[in-house]
Ligand binder design. Structure first.
Ligand code: SAM
Length: 274
């Protein structure tokens, strides 16, 4: 656990169908879906799908919440069925609430930058990022799921995205060199990272001075997203980033279901050894 009483929030799965307007009724459903206790680990029963709202509905779906649901648990999920996830992540209805151009605008990209999309999935954000960093920039599309990486490889080839470098990473490390990147985008993935303190520290080291990470994830009240028990409050994300040296805060956005936390790399305490 990194922060007492905290948890990492993020959502595994965007909505599979058009999201309903948030209502107190949907919030109630969410609450009802919360497990009564937080077991060390559980296998998801597809029959529980209603209790997990629109989290994931495909037969055979399996995920695990390792450790407690709050205070540092990470949410394990099988993303290997990439064709199915491509329909889910790339569905036309997602743009309306995900607002990818707004999210990418918050990254304040400029040509020539090195940008990481951590947990890039099917590459949903890449079309917007590719444009902003231009031919002189690089986008590292990192994912721990080999099928996702292969999917993005094919997509980048098809779209002639020469500045996209898809790369498989170990679940516990982004594998980035110190002071090597300008921005890191993490959408609906933060809660999947194990040992976020050491992961966050690795991200902080990887950023160049003044660079920043953006964590985008689902609000507790959102009618779509992962099980509420797997969500993390933005204040907790802020703390988790601060603890590893980031200057972190939530930032204003127009996203109906998500928050955005920015962690900027300042001079830090160990500047002398960088
Ligand atoms: C919910 S998807 C989000 C995909 C993409 N960011 C989007 O918003 O469309 C989470 C992605 O994170 C990846 N992932 C999960 N755990 C990871 C880890 N420890 N390191 C890197 N990628 C991870 C999964 O394979 C999956 O592609």
């Amino acid at each position: 656990m990194i922060i007492a009483g905290g948890s990492f929030a993020s959502a595994c799965c965007p909505a599979q169908s058009s999201p309903a307007t948030p209502t107190s009724e949907s919030a109630k459903t969410t609450e009802a879906g919360k497990p009564a206790a937080s077991p060390p680990s559980h296998q998801h029963d597809p029959g529980n799908e209603r209790r997990e709202q629109r989290h994931e509905r495909a037969p055979g779906h399996a995920h695990q919440h390792r450790g407690a649901h709050t205070g540092g648990a990470h949410h394990q999920h099988d993303f290997s069925d990439v064709e199915r996830y491509a329909k889910l992540f790339e569905g036309p209805e997602r743009d309306a609430w995900q607002k990818p151009s707004e999210v990418v605008k918050l990254l304040e990209l400029s040509p020539g930058q090195v940008v990481v999309d951590l947990g890039a999935g099917t590459g949903y954000f890449l079309p917007w990022m590719v444009r902003e960093v231009g031919a002189s920039g690089t986008i590292l599309a990192l994912d721990s799921e080999p099928n996702m990486v292969a999917y993005v490889q094919r997509r980048a080839q098809r779209e002639a995205w020469n500045n996209v470098v898809p790369r498989r990473v170990a679940p516990e490390s982004p594998g980035l060199d110190p002071n090597s990147v300008d921005r890191i985008l993490i959408v609906n993935t933060w809660h999947h990272l194990p040992d976020r303190q050491s992961y966050g520290a690795a991200l902080e080291r990887a950023l160049r001075l003044g660079g920043f990470v953006l964590v985008v994830d689902f609000d507790a009240q959102s009618p779509i997203g992962p099980p509420t028990a797997a969500r993390i409050a933005p204040a907790v994300v802020v703390e988790e980033l601060r603890v590893v040296g980031f200057e972190a805060s939530t930032i204003q956005e127009q996203l109906p279901y998500q928050y955005v936390v920015q962690g900027r790399k300042g001079p830090g305490l160990d500047e002398g050894v960088r």
